[in-house]
Ligand binder design. Structure first.
Ligand code: ATP
Ligand code: MG
Length: 140
């Protein structure tokens, strides 16, 4: 099934000039970029993006990190895009991530793990709507 998913290239990766390397891996996987912008979250915007985690002990630290510098937000489109991009990212903790995945290659720690990807088509729709308006997204 053709799907869209949301990718964030997190502040740790943008800060280390890894935007091109992440996008290259995404395109090599055959996923299509259909929207792309840079964002520097306020704390409230970062908290809103990760609201699903608001009860977790790492929530405040995560929101502080996510507004510590600019990030790249990207809508990806392709067959089974949600699961394919999650596989390309690798496990949340880079220590558990498979060889060749984005997090294995680039992540610095469990929190500074370089990339985000939606975990379902439903959360993708919500996250895309949080960051992009309809006219920002092209069809690929
Ligand atoms: P993401 O939603 O960013 O794609 P994920 O779906 O693999 O990551 P989640 O459980 O949704 O993992 O956690 C969201 C983010 O919160 C993680 O990517 C990581 O940056 C951070 N995080 C998760 N667990 C912890 C933890 N135990 N300590 C610190 N930070 C954490
Ligand atoms: Mg998640």
């Amino acid at each position: 099934m053709r799907q869209r998913t949301l990718c964030l290239i997190k502040p740790d990766a943008v800060n280390r000039n890894l935007v091109g390397a992440v996008l290259q891996a995404i395109e090599a996987e055959g996923l299509h970029v259909c929207a792309l912008r840079m964002i520097h979250f306020t704390k409230a915007q970062a908290e809103g993006f990760y609201a699903v985690h608001r009860e977790r002990p790492f929530f405040d630290s995560l929101a502080t990190y996510m507004c510590s510098g600019p990030l790249v937000a990207c809508v990806l489109e392709g067959e089974n895009a949600v699961a394919r991009y999650r596989t390309l990212m690798g496990a949340t903790n880079p220590a558990d991530a498979a060889e060749g995945t984005l997090r294995k290659r680039f992540a610095q720690s469990l929190e500074h793990n370089s990339v985000h990807g939606s975990d379902s088509p439903e959360s993708a729709a919500g996250e895309i709507a949080y960051l992009f308006s309809t006219c920002d997204i092209v069809s690929r």
